[in-house]
Design a protein around this ligand. Structure first.
Ligand code: ADP
Ligand code: TYD
Length: 208
């Protein structure tokens, strides 16, 4: 891990409340005096935001899973160079809404088993993992309903349907078992304030 900062990622299925909780967490940490950078993937730097539009809009079969691994990793490399690494080197707390665990799940599991390719490319081109990963675990039907209610153009993955979301949920829980040192699993099916209190507790304990 580069620098003295801390790198915190939020993961989970679509609609599990990651973006909402990322904002609450950033506000809370700032109020406690931490220097915080709130960012997201795909995106988080101007070049990566351009790639975001390419991967998230259009037909579900627009790109193969292999091409998507390359596109998400290209976006991540730009995000790392321009946003994440400079912030960590400056000693900041980086809160990132999705990171490589999403690629391990969405590209690694959704259309065949490509997990090894995701891990190899990550090792080669990115080479860092989060210090702490919060997994927002929730019943997929609820997440899908919440995500659909937002009505944006970014629906390529949401259009894969409820079956995929169910496999993603289990896949994320399996990842949490694989990396128990950095993962914390939270019940995301509760109200926003209750989840936010849990998130703040876990993160403040980690930062102290
Ligand atoms: P994600 O980033 O994981 O896709 P969002 O934070 O965008 O999820 O939340 C999806 C939708 O659900 C938003 O409209 C948000 O306001 C709403 N939402 C988020 N958390 C909760 C919650 N705990 N209870 C009810 N609705 C929520
Ligand atoms: P996001 O904006 O976090 O969507 P949501 O708020 O619905 O959770 O991410 C957009 C989509 O991109 C989401 O469906 C998951 C997908 N995605 C991948 O397939 N691979 C990746 O590496 C990342 C970061 C996201």
């Amino acid at each position: 891990m580069s620098g003295t900062g801390r790198f915190i990622t939020l993961e989970g299925i679509d609609g599990s409340g990651k973006s909402t909780q990322a904002r609450c967490l950033a506000d809370r940490l700032r109020s406690e005096g931490f220097d915080v950078v709130l960012t997201r993937e795909p995106g988080g730097s101007p070049g990566a935001e351009e790639i975001r539009a390419l991967v998230l809009e259009g037909d579900p079969d627009r790109w193969s899973a292999e091409t998507e691994i390359l596109l998400f990793t290209a976006a991540r490399r730009d995000h790392l160079e321009r946003t994440i690494r400079p912030a960590l080197e400056a000693g900041k707390v980086v809160i990132c809404d999705r990171f490589v665990d999403s690629t391990r799940m969405y590209q690694g599991l959704s259309r065949g088993d490509l997990r090894a390719q995701v891990d190899e490319l990550h090792e080669l081109m990115i080479g860092i993992e989060a210090n702490l990963t919060l997994l927002f675990d929730m019943e997929p039907g609820l997440g899908h309903a919440r995500a659909k209610a937002r009505k944006t153009a970014e629906e390529r993955f949401e259009d894969f349907g409820a079956g995929l979301q169910a496999r993603m949920r289990q896949g994320f829980l399996d990842l949490a078992h694989e990396f128990p040192d950095r993962f914390r699993v939270l019940d995301a099916g509760r109200d926003i304030e209750t989840v936010a209190r849990d998130v703040a507790k876990v993160v403040l304990e980690h930062l102290q």
